[in-house]
Design a binder for this molecule. Structure first.
Ligand code: ZN
Length: 229
């Protein structure tokens, strides 16, 4: 079987075709499956598959078993919608964490990024995206109602928005804030904050865009607080 794909531009700027021919349909199928993964081209897929081919059968069995079990057994936490081994994730089940503090994020990758900082000891709520009318994503498709319900039920004290600094992220924060203030139920006094936005550590002022630099000035910190961190 012959597979033809566009490889890359040559020096003359013309696009040429590179063909990949397989002597085994088993190998070809494996390459095609790997190439379906994001960021993996055909050549990388072939390199990964040939690497697996060099491993012993038991090792490859364990590899495929881990992937298959991850897909079939993983659950989503009923409280925060993060990935979990059970109905409730290990963060929600941890009594050492501040359960009255919720950090609102867009997706699971954000939870992993924040956890990696080891600077946060509360819980999360994964929205599953942000409001984006142009992409056809409205509030009803996100985990917003469950967040409002959770705040009402759990008597949350602080809500931290850790959404991307985009128009869509800001719209989502605004929507949730409005929804909370117009809730018919008696809402507890809740502190709402967003993560600080400003110049990246190691960044240079002259390369920062006006919005980032402007927000950094608006949200400036007392020097004692900055240097004592
Ligand atoms: Zn959870």
């Amino acid at each position: 079987m012959r597979f033809v794909f566009i490889n890359e531009k040559n020096k003359g700027g013309e696009v040429y075709l590179c063909s990949m021919q397989f002597s085994s349909s088993l190998l070809e199928n494996a390459v095609n499956e790997f190439a379906r993964l994001p960021g993996i081209g055909k050549k990388t897929a072939l390199r990964l598959v040939l690497h697996l081919l060099k491993q012993d059968t038991g090792e490859v069995g364990r590899f495929s078993d881990v992937i298959a079990r991850m897909r079939s057994e993983i659950k989503f936490c009923q409280r925060c919608f993060s990935v979990s081994d059970g109905d409730i994730c290990s963060i929600c089940a941890n009594s050492m964490r501040k359960q009255e503090m919720i950090c609102v994020v867009e997706n699971i990758r954000d939870v992993i990024a924040i956890e990696s900082t080891q600077q946060y000891n509360g819980t999360y709520h994964i929205l599953g995206g942000v409001i984006s009318p142009l992409d056809g994503i409205g509030p009803g498709q996100l985990n917003i109602d469950s967040l409002i319900h959770r705040i009402e039920k759990e008597k949350t004290e602080e809500l931290i928005f850790a959404l991307n600094p985009t128009i869509q992220g800001d719209t989502t924060i605004y929507y949730i804030q409005k929804k909370l203030s117009s809730s018919e139920n008696q809402m507890p006094a809740i502190r709402m904050t967003t993560i600080a936005r400003g110049i990246a550590f190691g960044g240079e002022l002259e390369y920062a865009d006006e919005m980032t630099l402007g927000r950094s000035l608006q949200n400036r910190l007392p020097v004692e607080k900055y240097v004592n961190r």
